[in-house]
Design a protein around this ligand. Structure first.
Ligand SMILES: [Zn+2]
Ligand SMILES: [Zn+2]
Length: 229
């Protein structure tokens, strides 16, 4: 049994409702899906992550496109940066990739979509090194950018702006879950095909979160949570 709460797009603004929620619910791990800062400062990162961890949870994070250079070091100073990395955690295997495909705003953490595709493909292909068939685990792809052409990447005018590279990798490896952020107004839980649940919690300041409740290593429930309820 593993309970994971995903939050995203903090942009330097804490939300007291998060601490209340964590103190009232039995959560093992908080995943932060990037844009922890609003183009810095980096000294927000350590104290924020430590405050979350003080609620009795583990914390793992990835950078977003709005986080400045040095963000992975700032995360690693106090917890674990999952960018371009794989870790087995409880009943889950987490594959992490931060930053985003290119935007019109020329933000610091942008990566060309074909590079995202190559990197995420390799990451997911490394599954064989961490997989053990006697210990079934739920595969969770943890990205800042959402996959292209889903509920999670739709901006206000209806246009889809997500990463085609992430979508392609999901089609090829079919992880059970993709947790993503980046598009603040696209808070959603939807599906790619019949295999992959895609969840974007929206911004932390809007009380958005996603709960992944893994029952026995293979079966799980996923839901959108409002931290103010
Ligand atoms: Zn953001
Ligand atoms: Zn972003």
């Amino acid at each position: 049994m593993t309970k994971i709460l995903a939050i995203s797009d903090v942009h330097g603004e804490e939300n007291e409702n998060l601490y209340t929620y964590l103190n009232n619910n039995d959560i093992d791990l908080v995943l932060i899906l990037g844009d922890i800062t609003d183009f810095g400062p980096l000294d927000f990162v350590g104290p924020f992550i430590e405050k979350v961890a003080d609620c009795g949870v583990d914390v793992i994070a990835i950078p977003g496109n709005c986080d400045p250079k040095g963000i992975c070091n700032a995360i690693n100073d106090v917890s674990f940066c999952l960018h371009n990395n794989i870790i087995a955690y409880g009943d889950a295997i987490l594959f992490g990739y931060g930053g985003s495909n290119e935007t019109p705003f020329n933000t610091p953490g942008e990566i060309q979509d074909n590079k995202i595709y190559g990197d995420v493909y390799e990451l997911l292909a490394n599954y064989d090194y961490v997989y053990n068939e006697e210990v079934p685990k739920v595969k969770i792809l943890v990205t800042h950018a959402p996959p292209y052409n889903t509920e999670a990447d739709k901006v206000e005018n209806g246009e889809h702006v997500g990463s085609a590279g992430i979508l392609k990798s999901i089609h090829e490896f079919e992880p059970q879950i993709n947790l993503c952020g980046h598009i603040h107004e696209a808070r959603s839980l939807s599906k790619i095909g019949i295999t992959t649940d895609v969840a974007n919690p929206g911004m932390l300041k809007d009380n958005g979160a996603v709960l992944v409740d893994i029952k026995d290593g293979a079966n799980y429930e996923i839901s959108l949570v409002s931290l103010d309820e």
